[in-house]
Ligand binder design. Structure first.
Ligand code: MSP
Length: 583
């Protein structure tokens, strides 16, 4: 029997309208005191080694997790590998190993990469683990128990590299490498195959309205905003039922359907349930669910913003609280692909730019709304200018022996830098000038600006703001040229110490705020400033307390040891250097 999914849906018995579940109480949501969050990266296919795109997904989640960790609350960060499905079965066969061996090897590569990249995951899940198989089978049984599944003959296109079913409208014809006509997915360009088999279908079509209501009631649930709008537009189109199993004879590498040995659970249902597995499903997930915050690439948005919330509603659970979407990395303007030989190996990038350098580059240049381009010169230029010169240079300048011979956090003088609100019109402000007050205002505002940008998934903007302040601080230092002041003159010494104090205060704040992005460099910076590990939370950030007439716990403290430049200056690749040289 040939029946497209949309038709299958119309044969269903009529049911009452489904409602979106109510939201969790505000105290459990992602902001405010006592908040909880269960951040996740997508789980990664093990058909090939990790590349820079995978690392980017993980770094975005890590930076957010680390930033939140600087405030009170409890959070987790889950990542892992997606190990079932036809393409893994095929990849194992191609590499001449068994699927379990192949998966263990590639999963290990992801685990190592993320550990090396300082991704602070609290759980690394593999979908081949018994705890996950149990969760998936329990989830399936719950779907079945609620009448959300039925068996039908499915006939249509299947794209193995994307592991998804496609409608006729999502398929086009293109010549393959040999010039033969070949059917491919419109979206990914990957080849598709006609599939005809008996499957279990999920009544996805019943969730069109509940999904729309859920989105309309939670305008910020998907960010950035253009992706939210995109999902709403998808929901205006036909939403056919979804095939959620494959015949076991075609796909053995997967979790069997409970009670039906002829079927294997569809790899995307298997994969999505990982978010519940790490929350402790089916036993203890209530402590964490629905405080789930998923970071996903734009190519898998439909699975996370339509299929997953619908599946959750179908078993009586809340949809995730937040879905953060990012775009893709290209290399010198081209899509990364094995055939083009331009896949960027993150481990080689760590060697070339250091771990923190590459983290900084990806998070500073990655704009979630649009695709971003990677090339070596861009990385080097950015890191040299922002980390080595601006930030590292600033630290150097105010800790150098000739300018700060006692190696301390010197005292601040209210007489040199008078509080602007206390000044009467026309009254002198000591030695500070208007730009200095602007600097103090910008830096004081920075922590709330940075947290705002992080929570709105605009980490690049947070870094842009920090960099702008670093530039302003360098301007402050340059403007007052403390190296020209004479230490022997008490009035000049007071001003010199104040300049150093203000600069060190700025650096302390940058160090605290940069921890989520460049943890090792921030640690080096804060240690040099003698800021103790227990003084590095956002609550400790209080900037320049002496300016507000309060005590500064750092004043007079001996600085930490000098362990060399904060960030190394990187060499431009030779070939390019020559290319850019004039005749
Ligand atoms: N296994 C699924 C996800 C299941 S989650 C329940 C999957 N895996 S993947 O390995 O193909 O992709 C994982 C993540 O890497 C996705 O978020 C994807 O967008 C991201 N990237 C893959 N290539 C990318 C780039 N070139 N650039 C940025 N990220 C990209 O999909």
């Amino acid at each position: 029997m040939v029946r497209p999914p949309a038709l299958a849906m119309r044969l269903l018995p009529a049911r009452g309208p489904l409602r979106p579940p109510p939201r969790a109480p505000p105290s459990r949501r992602g902001s405010g005191p006592g908040r909880r969050w269960l951040l996740s990266t997508p789980i990664f296919y093990v058909n090939g080694p990790p590349h820079v795109g995978h690392l980017y997904s993980a770094l975005l989640a890590d930076a957010l997790h680390r930033l939140r960790g600087l405030r009170p609350g409890a959070g987790r960060l889950a990542t892992g590998t997606d190990e079932h499905g036809l393409k893994i079965q095929q990849a194992a066969a191609a590499s001449g190993t068994s699927p379990p061996e192949h998966c263990a090897h590639v999963s290990g590569l992801f685990h190592d990469l993320f550990s090396r990249a300082a991704v602070s995951f609290t759980d690394f899940i593999r979908t081949t683990e018994p705890r996950h198989c149990r969760a998936v089978q329990h989830f399936w049984t719950a779907l079945q128990g609620r009448g959300m599944l039925y068996k039908a003959f499915y006939e249509g296109w299947y794209c193995t590299p994307d592991e998804c079913f496609l409608s006729q409208a999502q398929v086009t014809e293109r010549p393959d490498a040999q010039g033969h006509p070949c059917k491919v997915s419109l979206e990914s360009g990957h080849q598709v195959h006609w599939t005809k088999e008996e499957n279990y279908m999920f009544k996805l079509s019943e969730f069109q309205e509940p999904l729309r209501k859920w989105l309309q009631g939670n305008r910020h649930v998907i960010s950035p905003e253009p992706f939210y709008q995109l999902v709403l537009r998808w929901l205006e189109e036909d939403l056919p039922d979804l095939s959620v199993s494959r015949e076991r004879s075609r796909l053995q590498w997967g979790i069997p359907v409970p009670g039906d040995s002829t079927q294997t659970i569809y790899v995307w249902v298997d994969a999505l349930v990982n978010y519940l597995t790490v929350a402790g499903y089916p036993d203890t997930h209530h402590a964490w669910w629905p405080a789930a915050h998923h970071v996903v690439g734009k190519d898998i948005l439909k699975f996370h913003a339509i299929y997953w919330p619908a599946l959750l509603m179908a078993v009586g659970l809340d949809p995730p609280e937040q879905i953060y979407v990012h775009s893709h990395w290209t290399v010198r303007g081209q899509k990364m692909s094995k055939s083009l030989g331009n896949v960027v190996d993150p481990v080689a990038c760590f060697t070339r730019y250091t771990v923190d350098g590459f983290r900084y580059f990806l998070l500073r240049q990655g704009v979630p709304e649009r695709d971003c381009d990677y090339y070596e010169e861009k990385v080097i230029k950015l890191l040299n200018s922002e980390l080595a010169d601006a930030l590292g240079g600033l630290l150097n300048r105010c800790t150098a022996h000739n300018i700060n011979p006692s190696g301390t956090y010197p005292p601040f003088s209210e007489l040199c830098f008078r509080k602007d609100s206390a000044l009467m019109p026309g009254e002198a402000s000591g030695r500070a000038v208007a730009e200095d007050y602007q600097l103090v205002a910008s830096v004081a505002h920075l922590p709330s600006q940075v947290t705002h940008y992080f929570e709105h998934f605009q980490i690049y903007k947070a870094l842009e703001s920090i960099t702008a302040c670093v530039r302003q601080t360098n301007g402050f230092f340059q403007r007052h040229a403390p190296w020209k002041l004479c230490r022997e003159n008490p009035a000049e010494k007071q001003w010199l110490d104040t300049i150093l104090h203000v600069t060190l205060e700025c650096l302390r704040l940058y160090g605290i705020l940069l921890q989520p992005v460049i943890p090792a460099t921030a640690d080096k910076l804060l240690s040099r400033l003698a800021v103790l590990p227990e003084e590095r939370a956002l609550s400790d950030v209080a900037f320049l307390p002496r300016y507000h007439g309060k005590l500064c716990p750092f004043e007079g403290r001996q600085l930490g040891p000098d362990t060399g430049p904060l960030f190394p200056r990187l060499e431009m690749p030779r070939r390019r250097q020559l290319e850019t040289k004039g005749p």
